[in-house]
Design a protein around this ligand. Structure first.
Ligand SMILES: NC(=O)c1ccc[n+]([C@@H]2O[C@H](COP(=O)([O-])OP(=O)(O)OC[C@H]3O[C@@H](n4cnc5c(N)ncnc54)[C@H](OP(=O)(O)O)[C@@H]3O)[C@@H](O)[C@H]2O)c1
Length: 248
């Protein structure tokens, strides 16, 4: 079940945290994972560690906010492997501050990476996936995109935007056999969340019915399912993986 043998998967933000767990999960299911982030040395180490375990992995530096770099990367990937089966838009950043203090640069930087970056990658893989008449696109949003969060106007807007992008792309691409889905993680233990003061962490824990902070693997297994043929009849959806914080 959920076999990904010989699938070609592009994972953005794969150098650490959730992206790294996704890359490992998909590679263990048999996929050839193309790991990208802005820091070449970090993704090269990720790919080398996986190769040492007998898994299939490649590494490239790419800033997802730059459409030309993304397009070049996807073209060379398709040139080498002949296809692209899975795209996971995971790269993301935060620049948190209250609305009144938020600079135009804080807004633009977060929107450019989190939302435009996802658009750039979706746009670049669409042509080859349409030709193949198959493909799985999985976008990583956040529960903050569903319920908002004080101090994160830029981040919340970018993550809500990803949900809209997912639904519109899912409708456009369904007839070509391409599914587009979204995962909205809750609070997951990664570098992005390590700075949270102990007091806030305790308050947050009280809001998680399952009583624990999430692990990157909790998100990776959901990506694995959505990337598999077993999920062929699911598109345009947003799945919260959050220990029950947000219940629809
Ligand atoms: N952790 C959570 O609680 C949580 C909750 C909800 C949603 N999420 C979302 O899940 C995703 C992963 O989060 P995380 O916690 O694993 O974050 P993280 O540990 O900070 O990792 C972020 C990854 O994105 C890469 N990245 C950042 N900007 C990039 C760019 N312009 N181009 C390409 N790669 C870029 C980083 O590598 P470089 O710096 O080398 O580029 C890194 O690999 C994000 O989209 C985040 O918003 C996280």
């Amino acid at each position: 079940m959920f076999d990904l043998s010989d699938k070609i998967a592009l994972i953005t933000g794969a150098s650490r945290g959730i992206g790294l767990a996704i890359a490992q999960q998909l590679a263990q299911a048999g996929a050839m994972v193309v790991c990208v982030s802005r820091t070449l040395s970090a993704v090269e180490k990720v790919a080398a560690d996986m190769q040492a375990e007998g898994l299939k992995a490649e590494a490239f530096a790419c800033d997802v906010s730059d459409i030309q770099t993304v397009d070049k990367l996807v073209k060379s990937l398709v040139g080498r492997h002949g296809r692209i089966d899975i795209l996971v838009n995971n790269a993301g950043i935060t620049r948190d501050t209250l609305l009144l203090r938020m600079s135009e640069n804080d807004w633009d930087t977060v929107l450019n990476i989190n939302l435009k970056g996802a658009f750039n990658c979706v746009k670049s893989v669409t042509r080859p996936m349409m030709k193949q008449r198959s493909g799985k696109i999985i976008n990583i949003s956040s529960i903050v995109g569903l319920i908002g969060n004080a101090g994160q106007v830029n981040y919340a807007a970018s993550k809500a935007g990803i949900i809209g992008l997912t639904k519109a792309a899912a409708k456009e691409l369904a007839a070509r056999g391409i599914t587009v889905n979204c995962i909205a993680p809750g609070y997951i233990e990664t570098d992005m969340t390590t700075d949270l003061p102990e007091k806030n962490r305790e308050m947050l824990l009280k809001q998680i019915p399952l009583g624990r902070i999430g692990k990157a693997k909790d998100i990776a297994v959901m990506v694995h399912f959505l990337a598999s043929d077993e999920a062929n009849y699911i598109t345009g959806q947003t799945f919260t993986v959050d220990g029950g914080m947000v219940m629809n």
